[in-house]
Design a protein around this ligand. Structure first.
Ligand code: THU
Length: 135
């Protein structure tokens, strides 16, 4: 099984492809699926700012489009003094394609690492359970 260090390195490399000319905040992500596949992503900004997409969701979209299984772990790498946790949208998307125990590993370029479970970062999540029996 791939180690956290190897996943962090993959996210660090993915970050180098970030298109972030507006915020100058480059982000890299690497997700590991329950059957051992890895998908990476970087943030992709646009001159129409609202179209910008986070690194985590790029990795998730790549994985979903290629038939990935559940997200076991998602790693996010930023060049921030403190490690940066995923934004709310990316937490919700991780919840959709993970389990409550999906690990979220946050790291910065200085080697600081902090790991959470998605259920800590997104308590009381909305999900498909609330749609059961509707319509
Ligand atoms: N960003 C991510 O890629 N992931 C996050 O979880 C937070 C923010 C990106 C979006 C934007 O391109 C830049 O970081 C500044 O917000």
């Amino acid at each position: 099984m791939i180690s956290d260090e190897e996943l962090i390195e993959k996210a660090r490399l993915a970050r180098l492809s970030a298109h972030a000319p507006y915020s100058h905040f480059k982000v890299g992500a690497a997700l590991l699926t329950s059957d051992g596949r890895v998908f990476t992503g970087c943030n992709i900004e646009n001159s129409t700012y609202g179209l910008s997409m986070c690194a985590e969701r790029v990795a998730i979209f790549k994985g979903v489009s290629e038939g990935m299984s559940e997200i076991a772990k998602i790693v996010v790498v930023t060049d921030s003094e403190d490690v940066a946790p995923p934004c709310g949208c990316c937490r919700q998307m991780t919840w959709e394609f993970g389990s409550e125990d999906t690990e979220v590993v946050t790291a910065n370029l200085s080697g600081e690492v902090r790991t959470y479970r998605i259920k800590e970062l997104l308590p009381k999540a909305f999900d498909s359970r609330f749609l059961e029996g509707v319509g």
